[in-house]
Design a protein around this ligand. Structure first.
Ligand SMILES: Cc1cc2nc3c(=O)[nH]c(=O)nc-3n(C[C@H](O)[C@H](O)[C@H](O)COP(=O)(O)OP(=O)(O)OC[C@H]3O[C@@H](n4cnc5c(N)ncnc54)[C@H](O)[C@@H]3O)c2cc1C
Length: 537
């Protein structure tokens, strides 16, 4: 086993759409080490259903995509990042098509002319145009499988699966590598590198109910913060309005495309309610739909609402939503005949590690791409299907910057680094201690930092989280690490960053709705948190 790996490889931490697409491009020019916390196929990307937004239909325009994104972001997007993303969308999709991602073919109808673009484009909430390219309702899986296949075949990529990055290594204010736990041997390796890329995804697991897989514990955000990078807009956690509600089923997302293709939200008595909240009805932006469902649930004392697509032709439903159809049918719900029980759940982390348009963070040699990053694209609310696009576009930006540095001779070889010091520590803490803190954080976040917030609840949450964090940091100095413990430490820190960001925003905007400050301030400013210690490491 690789205990100390001193290399010239570019190090990419994370194998979702951002990490994989970057690794494939870079590896044609430079050796790459790719680290994934679980197997190569497990990521948030794998679960993405709806698709990827990009201006592909000649009747659509970059300007309309920009405007839709700005509207969803509720005044808080960085317009330069929005234009950059929208402008580079088509190229990003063309590259996926070249990699043989099996997107669904165009089916000519009133709204799409297949002579103009050969793949089907669906519509989602907040988009003024059909703009979402997809592979039926399993887009993420198709992308992940296509990219992973190529990654395994690439001779210039060293793939380290089941390796958990613990912390970044800094020398003279430059990131020079990472400590990583090999889950098979429980040993911690020192991986040195001339450039490190965080592609670790979001932090949905910080809440009790989430559409995200278990790996979404905000590791990259926490590592970057500890290394001295700024983190922005963490109060804007997006709740997906429609996650399947079922006692025996792990959270399963009912794609926004179901509403895009005509699905109705209903109360238990079968009546629709979105007209009481927004004139865009079921296609209003996600924050509005999630709050409407939350309000109806609270008003009626129900634990879920209903989403009904059964009025559409059964063949249409089964061909457009085969995964959702099969999964629900397996639980005894035939979506071609009856409505689906749904609840809102945490879905997407709009904030993250501050980057520029080249995906560079505050720390030299460190990049962040995909959901871990705050590029300014999403503002106060992510427009549906813009996140896979952001992952692709900013992975490409990092790729170009790294190649430019290479060409200019600025990829500095890392120094010799010391081994991880485990001489003073004891066996890992009892699992029950980890499980308890983990549950408490997620419950506190759900109850006190949820869809509708108050200052008192936020303050209460902060108090609890600080106590837990102190306990965890005590453990950290005393015990051997395992992945659960590393994730708990990161989750607790990210929870604190979310609460601190929420407390500092004295207004309601986008996804952040706080009863004490129901109105918007006239000036929209991102919440940027700066770590206190910016030591040279
Ligand atoms: C159910 C669901 C449906 C979605 N649908 C859509 C959609 O239709 N359209 C859209 O645009 N977006 C969608 N999203 C959002 C989108 O999928 C994500 O934003 C995107 O996939 C994130 O990609 P990523 O590459 O940044 O990270 P991820 O895909 O989350 O990958 C993270 C990677 O980092 C690794 N990692 C994490 N921590 C560590 C560590 N400490 N050490 C080593 N490796 C680590 C993980 O193992 C994994 O390989 C959806 C999300 C979910 C959960």
């Amino acid at each position: 086993m690789l205990k100390f790996h001193h290399s010239n490889n570019i190090l990419i931490i994370g194998g979702g759409i951002a990490g994989l697409s970057l690794a494939l491009k870079l590896a044609d020019h430079h050796p790459v080490t790719l680290l994934t916390k679980r197997g190569l196929l497990e990521s948030n990307t794998l679960y993405a259903q709806g698709g990827i937004a990009a201006v592909l239909d000649p009747n659509d325009s970059i300007e309309e995509h920009v405007q839709d994104t700005l509207i969803a972001g509720d005044g808080l997007c960085n317009e330069a990042a929005v234009r950059f993303t929208a402008t580079h969308g088509r190229q990003a999709i063309e590259e996926l098509i070249e990699l043989s991602v099996p997107f669904t073919a165009c089916q000519a109808d009133d709204e799409q002319d297949c002579d103009l673009f050969p793949f089907h484009l669906t519509r989602e909430g907040g988009h003024s145009h059909r703009r979402i390219i997809h592979a039926a309702d399993h887009t993420g899986q198709s992308v992940q499988l296509s990219l992973a296949l190529k990654i395994r075949q690439h001779a210039n990529i060293l793939l380290l699966e089941h390796h958990t990055a613990v912390d970044l290594i800094k020398r003279e204010n430059r990131c020079v590598g990472v400590y990583a736990l090999n889950q098979a041997t429980d040993e911690i390796s020192t991986l040195a590198s001339p450039a490190v890329v965080l592609a670790t995804g979001g932090a949905g697991k910080v809440y009790l109910y989430t559409s995200n897989p278990d790996l979404a514990t905000g590791d990259g955000i926490a590592m970057a913060w500890r290394a001295g990078c700024r983190v922005a807009n963490m109060e804007f956690m997006q709740f997906h309005p429609t996650v399947l509600y079922h006692a025996n089923e792990r959270a399963f997302l009912i794609s926004e495309a179901v509403r895009g293709e005509g699905g109705y939200l209903k109360r238990p008595d079968g009546s629709r309610f979105m007209h009481e909240y927004d004139e865009r009805l079921e296609l209003a932006p996600r924050d509005i739909v999630a709050r409407a469902i939350d309000a109806e649930m609270k008003k009626l004392g129900c634990d879920h609402m209903w989403l009904d697509i059964s009025h559409r032709d059964a063949d249409f439903v089964t061909s457009h939503f085969p995964t959702i159809y099969k999964r629900c049918l397996g639980l005894g719900i035939d979506i071609t005949k009856e409505p689906i029980p749904i609840v809102p759940a945490t879905h997407y982390t709009c904030g993250g590690v501050v980057t520029d348009l080249r995906a560079r963070t505050d720390l030299k040699g460190l990049y962040a791409v995909g959901e871990v990053a705050y590029t300014g694209l999403h503002g106060a609310n992510r427009l549906a299907s813009n996140s896979l696009l952001e992952g692709l576009v900013f992975a490409n930006a990092a790729y170009e910057d790294i190649l430019m540095r290479q060409a200019e001779g600025k990829l500095i070889a890392p120094p010799t680094l010391p081994d991880w010091d485990e001489s003073q520590v004891n066996p890992s803490p009892e699992q029950v201690l980890i499980a308890h803190d983990w549950d408490e954080i997620r419950r506190v976040m759900w109850d006190f930092v949820g869809i509708v917030r108050t200052e008192e609840r936020l303050k209460r949450a902060l108090k609890r989280i600080l106590v837990i964090r102190e306990e965890i940091e005590d453990f950290y100095a005393q015990y051997y690490l395992n992945t659960d413990f590393i994730e708990l430490r990161n989750l607790a820190l990210v929870a604190e960053l979310i609460v601190r960001s929420a407390l500092s925003r004295k207004e309601s905007r986008g996804l952040h709705y706080i009863i004490d400050y129901p109105h918007q301030l006239s000036e929209a400013e991102p919440t940027i948190l700066t770590p206190k210690v910016l030591s040279s490491g």
